[in-house]
Design a protein around this ligand. Structure first.
Ligand code: PMP
Length: 343
């Protein structure tokens, strides 16, 4: 039987978590003289530390029990918590597949954890034979897989992810920040069969709520318990919990936006492919396109000079720009400038 406790850092396993006033009394009515709050005003009370109402709504939307859900202050907080729970500083190791989201390496550095990358293959898929030897490394505690991947935009083959999760005795964190823009099924359906799997999503992308800073982790209740024990007690503000709760109950609003973004993604792919400067537009399952151009530095500067900011990914993906799909009008403006540069 797989025991997640065996993967947890000893100091975290033995942690006596902070118990906040709102953890101890969860009733909604009463005279609250327990948390040293100011009795006046409207934002004077601490938020619900367990985000019960919001979690219930997430549970209904995703069809996953509340005990398998953790909410973080953005998925960036969840990434950091995974390092803090599973990797001992200056001893353990984490692995990701390059090119990928830069915060994995930054979180590893912040936590003083050795970070190694295995390059994705020419189709930006995981090279399993190159990965397999690392799975036996006793110091390797955390593997992070981004799918759809940032900045390449493609989904990572599901069977390969599950093969890694089955073969590895550490934690596999699958970052699905962009999953709602893809046609692929989420790996949340595999958290029961793979108890070392954590699937992460966010309200920052398809739900259009980046400003609210709420990320979601789906995992076994044992892993969720560790995340709850380590997080700061009031990690998500009341304003943000309420805003997200209000917005996610209106599903048609969100699905309509996703439909528009996906159709613009296809239009932009076709338009960008027509340009002389374009060498390749990578297929995308996300809300951005990775475009290999003749001179990324020059194109980037030209766009910035004209008030359009894209992401120059040349340092990680060779002469490439990562272009987020905007509104139709924003996309048209970008195309207009690129066309006038293309002669
Ligand atoms: N994962 C990936 C792959 C991302 O691209 C981003 C943001 N760019 C994040 C996580 C962070 O998301 P959040 O806003 O939930 O912290």
């Amino acid at each position: 039987m797989f025991d997640p406790a065996s993967l947890v850092r000893p100091n975290i396993r033995n942690l006596v978590p902070y118990s906040s006033a709102r953890d101890e009394y969860t009733g909604k009515t009463g005279i609250f003289l327990d948390a040293n709050e100011n009795p006046f005003g409207t934002l004077n009370r601490y938020p619900d530390p367990r985000q019960a109402e919001l979690k219930k709504a997430v549970s209904e939307i995703k069809g996953i029990p509340v005990e398998n859900i953790f909410l973080g202050n953005g998925s960036d907080e969840i990434i950091d918590l995974c390092f803090r729970i599973f990797c001992s500083p200056s001893s353990d190791r984490a692995l990701a597949f390059s090119p990928t989201y830069g915060m994995y390496g930054v979180s590893a550095s912040v936590n003083d954890v050795d970070f190694i990358t295995v390059p994705l293959d020419k189709n930006f898929q995981i090279d399993f034979p190159a990965t397999a030897p690392h799975l036996k490394d006793k110091k390797l505690k955390l593997i992070i897989i981004c799918s759809p991947n940032n900045p390449t935009g493609n989904c990572i083959d599901r069977k390969t992810i599950l093969k890694i999760a089955s073969a590895f005795r550490g934690i596999v964190l699958v970052d699905e920040a962009y999953i709602d823009f893809s046609g692929q099924a989420s790996l949340t359906d595999s958290i029961d069969s793979h108890p070392n799997l954590i699937v992460m999503q966010t309200f920052s992308k398809a739900y259009g709520l980046a400003s609210a800073r709420i990320g979601i982790a789906f995992a076994s209740s044992e892993i969720i318990n560790y995340l709850n024990r380590v997080k700061p007690p009031y990690n998500i503000s009341t304003i943000n919990q309420k805003t997200v709760l209000r917005r996610i109950t209106n599903r048609s609003y969100f699905t309509g936006q996703v439909r528009k973004i996906k159709s613009e993604r296809e239009r932009m792919r076709l338009e960008l492919e027509k340009l002389n400067m374009t060498e390749k537009v990578w297929p995308s399952d996300a809300n951005f396109l990775l475009v290999k151009v003749k001179d990324a530095g020059k194109t980037y500067k030209y766009l910035v000079d004209n008030g359009i900011i894209v992401r120059n990914r040349s340092s990680v993906a060779g002469n490439s720009l990562r272009i987020t799909i905007g509104t139709r009008k924003e996309n048209d403006t970008l195309l207009k400038f690129l066309k006038s540069m293309d002669i």
